[in-house]
Write a protein that binds this ligand. Structure first.
Ligand code: CO8
Length: 257
């Protein structure tokens, strides 16, 4: 499928999706959403890809949902189209998605980064939920996901004042997993993604599913869910190979089955 709003590439076993609307600081319109979802789904069903990276430009990961597209919408337009609900499809991708964030990740941009499984930020990254300044509020999960990442106090502060959080504060608050120099962002993220992609894909997918379930279940249910997945991995050849390789002091050759 030809893409206009994104670039799609592979780097070894890593699928890379780059938001590419530089003139609009990668503002997320409906077409961008459809293309990102289609590209992620294509990587998810590509057996040669083990991990996905979503990134933007050095200046902006994404400066939000496209305000120019939203501005004329009426309540009925937004409601009847279930405006932007299409992004939910990204939460059903089974392979890990890493957001590599440089520059602005605002509004829908911050929410999109949080839909990914984890965020690696460059020193220039700026996160924010400035919707309040536009007379609205987060609409792609920001009030829920940001609160789980950084806690109620900081989430309220961000969502109610619209202020930005720099990379250092984002790491300190648990929003991002690591901060790297701007020039190293893609190199580091691709290394991390390649490392994940080399492991047994059933184990990777189940680990992702289990960590994400911790947001939705009680501790007792989550631990039981994890244990059932853990047990099921003993039906894979990769468990046999992984443990045998450890005992035989050699590296494992996973076959993803
Ligand atoms: N939407 C559309 N266009 C944008 C956006 C955006 N979010 N952000 C920037 N642009 C455009 C600008 O209009 C400008 O275009 P033009 O050259 O045609 O005037 C171009 O990108 C460059 O932007 P600036 O000149 O403003 O660049 P600066 O470097 O001066 O400023 C900022 C950068 C600070 C990022 C500034 O552009 C800005 O504040 N942008 C808006 C940020 C924002 O408010 N984002 C939140 C949007 S609302 C949202 O995301 C809601 C999500 C929930 C939706 C779910 C619905 C169900």
């Amino acid at each position: 499928m030809p893409y206009d709003m994104i670039k799609v590439d592979t780097n070894g076993a890593v699928g890379v999706i780059t938001l590419n609307r530089p003139k609009a600081l990668n503002a997320l319109n409906t077409q961008t959403m459809n293309e990102v979802v289609a590209a992620a789904q294509a990587f998810d069903s590509d057996g040669k890809v083990g991990c996905i990276v979503l990134t933007g430009s050095e200046k902006a990961f994404a400066a939000g949902a496209d305000i120019k597209e939203m501005q004329p919408l009426s309540y009925m337009d937004a409601w009847s189209q279930d405006f932007f609900a299409g992004w939910d499809a990204l939460t059903r991708i089974r392979k890990p998605i890493i957001a590599a964030v440089s520059g602005y990740a605002l509004g829908g941009g911050c929410e999109l980064a949080m839909i990914c499984d984890f965020i690696i930020a460059s020193e220039s990254a700026k996160f924010g939920q400035p919707e309040i300044t536009l007379g609205v509020m987060p609409g792609m999960g920001g009030s829920q996901r940001l609160t789980r990442f950084v806690g109620k106090s900081k989430s309220m502060d961000m969502c109610l004042t619209g202020r930005m959080m720099d990379a250092e504060e984002a790491e300190r608050s648990g929003l991002v997993s690591r901060v790297v120099p701007v020039s190293d962002l893609m190199e580091v993220t691709l290394e991390v993604a390649a490392k994940i992609a080399q492991f047994s894909q059933p184990a990777v997918a189940m680990t992702k599913e289990s960590v994400n379930r911790s947001y939705e279940m009680t501790m007792a249910e989550g631990v039981r869910f994890e244990r059932r997945l853990f047990h099921s991995l003993f039906a894979t050849e990769d468990q046999d190979e992984g443990m045998k390789a450890f005992v035989e002091k050699r590296s494992a050759q996973f076959k993803n089955r």
